[in-house]
Design a protein around this ligand. Structure first.
Ligand code: TYD
Ligand code: MG
Length: 457
């Protein structure tokens, strides 16, 4: 056996160092370097040495290639919310990383995906490094999919897994999770960056070579400490994250990298006793059942991926007992809240000084669009004045630092979704007037929008 070479690997970003240091020079995190050692990969894990075949793009004859020249063919799993986030189905031979906090429901989602895919005739294997086969079967029967022809294995040795996958021809393989695998070629602890990187590298290589779609599950911790998935992100074709707020049953699947589709799509699921249920119309979910909205509540007409989604934004303004008033925000950017408050104070003359301000996006959704500015501002003013907003209104529009209300993308689609859900008017930028399906109160400046409250600014 060749001599193992000691290296120090940052557990946060994966950078390798020859000497130990208190701080990683790559990502500047402290105390993340851990000694690991590489030894020469024995036996089957040796890199292949056959020369690469190089072809001229213009000379390639597409009819003779596996992949056609246009859109790649896709395997539809039947879980529509999942297929859409993947870009319309899983591309054969692609590698996908599904990342998420422990307990969010990654295993549940993938068991459901594999079961549905198997029932549609795909050959699938679910390899669990975390649960015994009986546990996976128990979960499948609770979810009512125990009859699906899925091949199950509880295995953590990379070598055994690779051998098994080479023996059979699978369309789709799930590895749950990449942190539990270990390769005997690497002298490092299970879950360490070196192990995760080596195992993911081998699996992705097999996926490409044998045209197996491979989904790797990766846990991320809040601190990003065991950041195995970070190093895997570069190796895979798509990175999906599964998110959910604690205490809410809703789970959101979001694409953050996708070589075969858009990255801004979301899939919405609801966790229940029988596993995850798809939510094809998320607007109804994020709005709640309350028809009569109280002060501080505004309905934002947003766009998530290709779909319009209506979300309730709630604000509370209360006198503060603290020297520095509290600003708390859930589901939105706190920097953006500070900006909106500053615009309301300096351009509209409204005083939030000495008051605690809370902003919450209902249903556990996270909004990233600047189009939510106007809705957040209206919710804040409504809470400050203790006056509800006009009934059955949706709000959207971006606010500039000067207080100008700007147009946003896909305004007609936003209003059409609102109309479908029983809303009859909108508070919006001037440009929304064109093709509006109902009455729209348009404003060019935030000061003018205050007239929605019968207020002199
Ligand atoms: P799991 O898929 O094991 O999470 P992960 O793989 O991301 O760690 O999901 C675990 C949670 O899901 C657990 O808290 C229980 C909940 N759950 C349900 O509420 N209903 C169900 O039918 C299942 C299978 C799980
Ligand atoms: Mg799991």
């Amino acid at each position: 056996m060749s001599k193992a070479q000691a290296v120090f690997v940052c557990q946060s970003c994966g950078m390798t160092h020859t000497k130990w240091a208190g701080q990683c020079s790559g990502c500047l995190s402290w105390n993340t370097l851990v000694q690991e050692s590489f030894s020469a990969p024995p036996g089957s894990l040796k890199p292949e040495t056959s020369p690469s075949k190089i072809s001229r793009l213009s000379k390639l004859n597409f009819e003779t290639l596996d992949a056609p020249d246009e859109a790649p063919q896709r395997m539809v799993t039947g879980i529509e919310e999942f297929d859409r986030v993947c870009g319309g189905g899983i591309v054969p031979g692609s590698a996908i990383l599904l990342a998420g906090d422990p307990g969010v429901g990654k295993s549940t989602l993938l068991l459901q995906v594999t079961a549905h895919a198997a029932l549609r005739g795909l050959k699938v294997a679910y390899i669990s490094g975390e649960e015994a086969v009986e546990q996976v079967r128990g979960r499948a029967s609770r979810m009512g999919v125990s009859k699906a022809p899925v091949d199950l294995a509880a295995e953590t040795s990379l070598r055994t897994i690779l051998d098994a996958l080479k023996r059979d021809t699978y369309d789709l393989v799930i590895i749950d999770s990449i942190q539990t695998l270990w390769s005997d070629a690497i002298d490092a602890a299970q879950g360490s960056v070196s192990q995760v990187r080596a195992c993911a590298g081998e699996l992705v290589r097999l996926a490409k070579k044998n045209r197996i779609a491979m989904i790797l599950v990766g846990h991320v911790t809040k601190e990003g400490q065991i950041a195995g998935p970070r190093v895997v992100e570069h190796m895979v074709d798509a990175v999906l994250s599964f998110e959910g707020e604690r205490g809410y049953p809703f789970r959101i699947l979001r694409g953050s990298k996708n070589r075969f589709g858009a990255t801004d799509e979301i899939g919405v699921f609801e966790m229940g006793d029988g596993g995850l249920r798809e939510v094809p119309n998320p607007s109804a979910l994020f709005l709640g059942d309350n028809d009569e909205r109280s002060s501080g509540s505004a309905v934002f007409a947003g766009i998530e991926g290709s779909r319009p989604v209506l979300v309730e934004i709630q604000a509370l303004v209360a006198p503060s007992a603290l020297g520095t008033p509290r600003r708390a925000v859930v589901g939105w950017d706190s920097g953006r809240l500070a900006m909106i408050l500053a615009v309301l104070e300096s351009r509209c003359g409204l005083g939030f000084g000495g008051k605690d301000v809370y902003l919450n996006v209902a249903g556990g959704l996270k909004i990233n669009e600047p189009a939510a500015d106007l809705a957040a501002a209206m919710a804040l003013v409504s809470a400050l004045l203790d006056q509800p907003l006009p009934k059955a209104s949706v709000i959207f529009g971006e606010i500039s630092l000067s207080g100008e209300v700007r147009g946003v993308s896909r305004m007609e689609a936003r209003m059409k979704e609102a109309l479908k859900l029983g809303f009859s008017n909108a508070i919006a930028p001037v440009a929304a007037q064109d093709n509006a399906p109902f009455e729209v109160k348009t404003y060019s400046h935030l000061v003018n929008a205050m007239s929605a409250f019968d207020l002199q600014c």
